[in-house]
Design a protein. Sequence first.
Length: 173
Amino acid sequence: MADALGNDAARQPLCAQDVSIDTRTKAHAALHALVANQSATLLCFSTDFSAWPLQQPAFIRQLELWALPDPRRHAALRMLAVDWSTVRPRFARFAAFRRDFAHLIDCRQISERHVSGLHEMAWTPSGAVCAHTATWMSAEQWHSATRLHALRLAFEDAWQKAVPAFPAITLGL
């Protein structure tokens, strides 16, 4: 699974459309641009989403604008993480977005042993942003069809090994 991404897609040289990113600010801007692209499908993976801009009002608004055009689509945003435990308390704005658009968002959790080599990433059919580290201090923006395909395959393989997680609403007694 992860070897498909780590060894195939990541090892390929940057093609003319691919861009190297050298700061977290630029990486977050690339994530904003990916969401703004309004693709019908958005796939995201992170160990715990701690370095993602999930508390920034502008990013959450961009996600809302992505979600609003076609409310009939189903599970268009798929998010995969190793640990969801800090997302709800740390990112209240994102937790509210998750609740409000639960019909569009599918979240799963995967064990760490199944993600060796899978990079922090966001993917759409037309582009992807892949972080070199969990802190998003450097990244790459990909548009190469070969890299996008390899990344999608790695994500799908991990997705199949994951279990449902991060429910939209938590019930307490």
